[in-house]
Design a protein around this ligand. Sequence first.
Ligand code: NAD
Length: 244
Amino acid sequence: MSDFAGLVAIVTGGASGIGLATAKLLHSRGARVAALDLKPDGLPDGIVGIEADVTDDARVAAAVDAVVERFGRLDVVVNNAGIGAIGDVAANDDDEWMRVLDVNVVGMVRVARHALPHLRRSPAAAIVNTCSVVAWAGVEQRVLYSASKGAVYALTLAMAADHVREGIRVNCVAPGSADTPWIARSLRHTEDPAAARAALDAFQPTGRLVSADEVAGAIAYLASPLSGGTVGTVLAVDNGMHGL
Ligand code: NAD
């Protein structure tokens, strides 16, 4: 099945984890895919790497232009680049709050802003933002990260309302704990990473984390015409742990 035949997609954070799995899946289903990332090295054949930081508006604009120049159109934006933050409200200063919100929230706004004129010309335009179940679950020591993902959720609903009449569908996915390099990095800071990983797996009703490919599947569904009537929704990919 080639759900994306003839379509062009940008995946931010497309060089690792969920973004890389999404770029590969969209490409395997017929899309021409550009992975926008800080260091888009080691991408599989057929996926075009574009080096850009989503906090740099001029670079984002140039990246979108480069994709349209190369492929002649833009149909799908997967706003997936994101960074984490640990701690309660006392843990991070204003600069850190602004840094994380700049990547996780305003980064999505920048990509969407520059993509919109091209998406308006697509008969199959879709934006999928990567949210997280922490947007509503109230997880300890994740106040900044959770606030950023809460903003992504609200951003998704508001963008969906703004652009649905232009033929652009906006939705988001909310992974629980997904097995990506991100998780491996965060476990490295624990006393016993192997035990922490085993505990995290055991915490899941399925006994294992969701995979990057499973999150990519949800993103691909929301990005494809198969979900044509679906607008302004969040699709959780969290082993059924919606509230954690
Ligand atoms: P990851 O660290 O494997 O990949 C993130 C990618 O984003 C990296 O390639 C990184 O270089 C890129 N990136 C970071 N800052 C960037 C910037 N300023 N500009 C451009 N690219 C940038 O992480 P992942 O687990 O695949 O996470 C992807 C998304 O999924 C993030 O938005 C994250 O918040 C979200 N998420 C992850 C989990 C999880 O458990 N892994 C759970 C819920 C949500």
